[in-house]
Design a binder for this molecule. Structure first.
Ligand SMILES: *Cc1c(COP(=O)(O)O)cnc(C)c1O
Length: 449
């Protein structure tokens, strides 16, 4: 075992040592070489050393360098050294994180991380949480608690009796709601399209004045950090109106919630702590390895009511039992990497990482604007939208930058316009990476026009 694990660690180290200088998008040749994996199921065993060698020889070159400093697609973080190393060790532990008796360490690290997270994200002390796979499942889990609560308000137990014949639930979203939140609504039986959509402004923020009349059976889904612009819905106005009517307020803060951990961006998150539930990702801005997200619910008993499992054979003690808060029963111990990331950064390190990414986004916007390109959003956080002219030109620039390999940015569509989206979300990205990427964009735009 020892040699095999050392070999895995040294291959991983070599991969990461090269990541600064390799192409971000893999070459066509390395993608073609993936054919080496396409074979009939082998009759007999293969030596683990050889399994690892195949994976590294043909797999590593066909990765996209998301772990590197110049991947700016979607909203994708890297993996902090401590979080990655903790992930190795936790994989060796192979803990089933469902309950304390099965993994004291897994359960305790969730509890410690939860207390730290509520502090850094400025959420109410005592907030409950579920450690899940990502933002989609965090939205799903928190909205399951919301569904439970608003129907409980009118005497209906949705978790026991289902939704057939239940009093109607009014779900309110903004016009720029993330598609994964709608998917969560579908999975919850609330309907992807059975929503009231509130108009948004030019940054994608809900216009609070246009909220519909609400009542105690309403769930208002706000957004902290629009995936295109980084903009935040106006928390104070929306939450005040919703709570005056007895409605539940959920915040999709997949990456934006982390603004609360900084000094310079905390104003964006003002008022969010008054909501009833929040969803965020750890694999985005906390920079832990995939996959990792967190659902927070102000009243842990409501989350528990929606998620607890009654299994006589799983006798629980006096500890917080993770399985009572998550959709899953068996799952990996995600609290380990979250703890390691938070422990290694501390409050100042976390703030510095997030603020540096925001500065880098600003630098992108300034550099590209100075070169004559149009920035389509107010760059308030880490997201930048750039137009290079017509939709066709912008699309060609995006393809050209990906093909050139210095950096990776993807396309998006923003309020009728095709744009290149730049998301700075990695602990590795520096000002020098931004300059190098801007230079690459200037080179390729010289070519395509
Ligand atoms: C990324 C994102 C999600 C979905 O998160 P996953 O981790 O990809 O499931 C939801 N909402 C917003 C605003 C996001 O940026």
């Amino acid at each position: 075992m020892r040699e095999l694990l050392h070999s895995a660690a040294s291959r991983a180290a070599r991969y990461l040592e090269d990541i600064n200088d390799r192409r971000v998008r893999p070459s066509a040749e390395s993608i073609r070489a993936l054919n080496n994996f396409v074979e009939p199921f082998p009759d007999g065993p293969t030596d683990p050393d050889e399994v690892l060698a195949i994976l590294d020889d043909f797999g590593s070159p066909a990765t996209v360098a998301m772990a590197g400093p110049r991947f700016f697609g979607f909203v994708i973080g890297g993996a902090l050294p401590a979080a990655l190393a903790a992930n190795y060790l936790a994989s060796a532990w192979d803990q089933n994180a469902g309950l304390f008796a099965a993994t004291p360490i897994g359960a305790v690290l969730e509890e410690v991380s939860l207390a730290w997270l509520t502090q850094v994200l400025a959420l109410p002390a005592g907030t409950g949480a579920a450690f899940v796979t990502g933002g989609t499942m965090a939205n799903f889990t928190a909205l399951a608690a919301a569904r439970h609560s608003v129907l409980k308000n009118v005497g209906w137990d949705a978790d026991r009796d289902g939704l057939f014949g239940a009093p109607p639930v009014q779900v309110v979203v903004g016009g720029e709601v993330h598609p994964s939140l709608k998917k969560s609504l579908g999975m919850l039986g609330l309907g992807r399209e059975r929503v009231t959509t509130v108009p948004v402004d030019e940054q994608g923020r809900m216009i609070a004045d246009q909220l519909p009349p609400l009542n105690g059976q309403a769930i208002v889904c706000m957004q902290a950090g629009n995936v295109n612009t980084g903009a935040f819905d106006p928390a104070r106005e929306i939450i005040a109106r919703a709570h005056a009517a007895g409605a539940w307020v959920h915040v999709d803060g997949a990456f934006g919630l982390w603004a609360a951990a900084t000094r310079s961006c905390a104003h964006l998150a003002e008022g969010l702590a008054d909501a009833d539930s929040w969803a965020t990702d750890a694999h985005k801005w906390l920079n832990v390895p995939y996959d990792s997200g967190i659902a927070f619910v102000r009243d842990p008993e409501i989350l528990r009511a929606a998620m607890s499992i009654s299994a006589a054979y799983l006798t629980a003690g006096s500890h917080r039992e993770p399985m009572h808060y998550t959709p899953e029963l068996s799952r990996r111990a995600r609290g380990v990497e979250i703890w390691a990331a938070l422990k290694s950064l501390g409050r100042t390190g976390l703030a510095e990482m997030i603020e540096r990414d925001c500065r880098c986004a600003r630098r992108f916007a300034d550099g590209l604007a100075a070169a004559g390109f149009e920035i389509l959003n107010d760059v308030v956080l880490n997201q930048v939208l750039v137009s290079f002219g017509t939709a066709d030109t912008t699309t060609r620039v995006i393809e050209a930058i990906q093909a050139e390999g210095t950096a990776w940015c993807g396309p998006t569509y923003w309020q009728g316009r095709t744009a290149m989206r730049i998301s700075v979300c990695s602990w590795r990205t520096t000002e020098a990476d931004v300059d190098r990427s801007i230079n690459a964009i200037l080179r390729v735009t010289g070519r395509v026009d």
